[in-house]
Design a protein around this ligand. Structure first.
Ligand SMILES: [Zn+2]
Length: 93
């Protein structure tokens, strides 16, 4: 019987991408040549509760990305008529 990668509970039978490690470098480290922070991800076995939490976070993140794309596209579409209106006003004077 598998244990949950995140909470250690027995009976874990869900597979999810989770953070498996992190690394950070400073300005004097050999490999990063500057300040850096990295997260590493991998497929691990988690329990039902942790899988639901991971799925909820993924849903919130994809919803946030969709909202940002919607705001940007509305902004892009509404900015064009304004530019045309301003130039036509300036030409008429
Ligand atoms: Zn768990």
């Amino acid at each position: 019987m598998a244990t949950c990668y995140q909470c250690g509970k027995l009976g874990a039978n869900y597979r999810r991408n989770v953070t498996t490690g992190t690394s950070s470098g400073n300005w004097v480290s050999n490999r990063s040549y500057g300040s850096s922070n990295r997260n590493y991800y991998g497929l691990r076995t988690v329990c039902e509760k942790c899988a639901a939490k991971i799925d909820k976070n993924g849903y919130l993140m994809s919803s946030l990305i969709l909202i940002i794309i919607a705001i940007l596209s509305v902004r892009f579409h509404t900015s064009k008529p304004d530019a045309v209106a301003k130039t036509s006003l300036s030409k008429s004077r």
